[in-house]
Design a protein around this ligand. Structure first.
Ligand code: IMP
Ligand code: MG
Length: 178
């Protein structure tokens, strides 16, 4: 796939993204009021969303990072998830929020959710900016969703195409040239 920005069509502008981020943050501020929370940001894609989200949170939060691989350089999930970088904190008895930017097949989060659960946290929930619900092949309990989206390959706002375009402030979908 050749990266050609002429084939990018705007899907969500920064204002729409901001509304989605604030909507999720409001729910978290309400549901976790008075609690200490560990955000587990799923690198690389989620770091932009996580940075915006945490600045809308009024609750007490720590942030941890995990890096998983499943897509490699492909547009589609390979189905095999491996840990490239694990969290550093002990999450036993902590309230954990997995922060993801997009869920597709659900395989990545199924793997991470089960792995974090095994450390006996007080709770684990999933927060995602975008959810391609129609693409789900594995059941995964997603409690906080910024926006449900159609099956489109998206770039920008942390989302990449072969590591490029994460820096775009808006989100685009790829229009395949005919
Ligand atoms: P899943 O395991 O199939 O749910 O894949 C989730 C991961 O694939 C996300 O964390 C993203 O990093 C990546 N991904 C899924 N859909 C897209 C997309 O449309 N654009 C860029 N990356 C995506
Ligand atoms: Mg991701």
């Amino acid at each position: 796939m050749v990266l050609d920005q002429k084939n990018f069509t705007k899907y969500l502008n920064r204002h729409e993204i901001d509304v989605a981020v604030k909507g999720v943050a409001e729910k978290l501020n309400r549901d976790y009021e008075g609690k200490k929370v560990v955000l587990v940001c799923v690198l690389k894609g989620a770091y932009v969303f996580c940075a915006d989200l945490m600045r809308q949170l009024t609750i007490d939060v720590d942030v941890e990072f995990v890096r998983l691989s499943s897509y490699g350089r492909a547009l589609r999930s390979s189905g095999t998830v491996t840990i490239l970088k694990d969290i550093n904190a002990d999450i036993r008895d902590k309230h954990v929020l997995i922060v993801e930017e997009i869920i597709d097949s659900g395989r990545t989060l199924r793997f991470l959710f089960d792995r974090l659960k095994a450390s006996n946290p007080a709770s684990v929930e999933i927060v995602t900016l975008l959810d391609k619900k129609a693409k789900r092949v594995t059941d995964v309990p997603v409690k906080y969703v910024g926006r449900e989206i159609e099956d489109q390959f998206l770039v920008g706002y942390g989302l990449d195409l072969e590591e490029k375009s994460r820096n775009l402030a808006d989100i685009y979908y790829l229009k395949y040239p005919n």
